[in-house]
Design a protein around this ligand. Sequence first.
Ligand code: FA5
Length: 338
Amino acid sequence: MREEALQAIQEAPDLDTLQAVKTRYVGKSGLVTKELGSLGKLPPEERKSRGAEINALRQAIDAALTEREAVLKRAALDAKLASEAIDVTLPGLSLPAGGLHPISRVYDDLIRIYERMGYAVVEGPEVEDEHYNFEALNVPWYHPARDLQDTFWLEDGRLLRTHTSPMQVRYMVDHEPPLKIVVRGKVYRYEATDATHESMFHQLEGLVVGDGISMADLKGTIAEMARGLYGPSAKVRFQPSYYPFVEPGADFAVWWDNPRGESKWLELGGCGMVHPNVFKAVDDLREQQGKPRVYEGKTGFAFGLGPERIAMLKYGIPDIRYFYANDPRVIGQFRGEL
Ligand code: FA5
């Protein structure tokens, strides 16, 4: 029995089998246990030596069981570790992360600059009333300036705003001077698209109204914006231009000092001193709403620019249409960049 038991223990391939062997020999009704139980039937002179023999057998079996158990446990652990091992050299799962659209990032830059100068940031409706988009901005229906901004017309004299300037009127109707705002938002024009023109694009509008606001304030503000965008050596250029809602009016450009050798004047937008007819139209609207006329005699400046132009240069995007074509190859380049 000894040889047989020790061999069975030695050959047990796993812990379950070993447990079965243990039960078979030293369990409650195991073979060795039974032998011990039958000692009482032996004559007393044999009992002692037989007892010692069985005890020795039992100890040998227990020792073998303990040893084999340790070996099998270790093997089981090794197998578990091997099956759960992580191969850190395998490629990871790709976790698609979002990112801010380049236009949002340019807006963030611009708005940070204007917030630093104390401007409030506002937004307004994209579906606009003809009166706010044109009439109140000193562009009557017969005026040729309407042709400067081809319009998507909706029903009942409503339209998709062609610029953010109607928010000048809306804001002044609701607020009294002094005020300093920038307006961000989408605008729409019914025009043929090309590399620098889209039918939907964005503008940042600025409006400052108070007492004694001058053209010098306007130029200083645009210069401050240029320095904020392009550093302390940034230059700005103003050229006389015509917009019905300002007098005098100008176009402005900033010098883009690019280390890659693409330095050039970047035509950014239009600006000027708020036309007295705009203040008058605002006061008329206020009066209609039972509010006091407060804009007569005030002065102010306004400007409007296109963030797409800034983004195209900043990120080397050659065609404005890439921004809105939903092509993941373009937008995907800005993933994870916040
Ligand atoms: C205006 O829209 C005036 N409201 C700006 C203004 C505001 C002048 C306040 C005076 C006072 P303009 O049509 O030039 O102006 O457009 C302003 C800027 O929008 C342009 O300089 C350009 O940067 C951008 N822009 C105009 N048309 C497009 C277009 N189709 N696609 C992309 N950007 C455009």
